[in-house]
Design a protein around this ligand. Sequence first.
Ligand SMILES: Cc1cc2nc3c(=O)[nH]c(=O)nc-3n(C[C@H](O)[C@H](O)[C@H](O)COP(=O)(O)O)c2cc1C
Length: 298
Amino acid sequence: MRGIAGYHGSSDDVTAVGPDDTLDLGGLTLKFMPMPMVHWPDSMFTYCPERFCLMPNDAFGQHLASSARFADEVGLDLAVEELVTYYANILMPLGPQVSKAVAKVLESGWVCKTIAPSHGVIWRERDIPTLIDTYERCTSGETEDKLVVAYSTMWGSTDVLAREIADGAISTGVKVELFDLAVSSFANITRHLFDSRALLMGSPTLHHGMLFRAAGYLQYLAGLKPAGKIGGAFGSFGWSSGATKQITARMTEIGFEMSQPDLTCKYKPTASDIEAAREWGAEYGRLVLKMGEASPEG
Ligand SMILES: Cc1cc2nc3c(=O)[nH]c(=O)nc-3n(C[C@H](O)[C@H](O)[C@H](O)COP(=O)(O)O)c2cc1C
């Protein structure tokens, strides 16, 4: 109610409903299940028993706009990919609440033949097992033998390092996703980081610090509280590498375990810088594989 008043000036004409209420629409009824912090404090699931339809607010949603209404119409692969992207970028810090919400619905006895989130496509009965299974994997924090290399560059030296690091990691058998921050969406990077075990972040030094795109991405990520991941900082510099020092400090603050010392090179990478970058990337590949062996699913 405070939210409605805050946005619309007054909530005088609004009646609040809760778990003990049934709203009769004339032939169809609505029931309610409060789900605080999935993903706002006032989030609530709504259920229409006559239609076996769950309207779960942001849960099971995607940032997907389409003329098609249903997941099977846009294609299940795309719908699931967008579901995971949404989860990673919006719900990642709220995993325990989301997990409880899914369990509560499953235990509620509400038979769901349609799940219609507040945004994105609607899930029909045939695809609901896939939907629930995907959410259970998301909330479990399961990761792959995979790492993300994200970087920004002015004149290309940090780009050379990034590609060598990626090749080094690939040589160990892990999957690598490489992103130039100038042309990549933060949401897509985060979707891939979500099921990766490491983030290797690169920036050249500009006025003693990292480039604004690297700083911007780390600020975006900080609020999502990624947990259980290792990190690394790399970049080219001219006379003193302030960028990698800043990246290391910020990533440590966010919760990454910085597993190897920063990798830097002065101006353009030399043959030995390139060799060092490959080995640095390969070591991260080996660490990622080791983390997989140590994890319960590994
Ligand atoms: C405007 C500007 C400011 C810079 N400031 C620094 C600095 O404070 N410290 C430093 O070591 N290098 C500094 N550099 C040098 C770059 O870090 C260096 O040229 C680096 O190789 C660029 O990497 P890139 O090719 O990946 O863009 C600066 C370069 C520019 C253009």
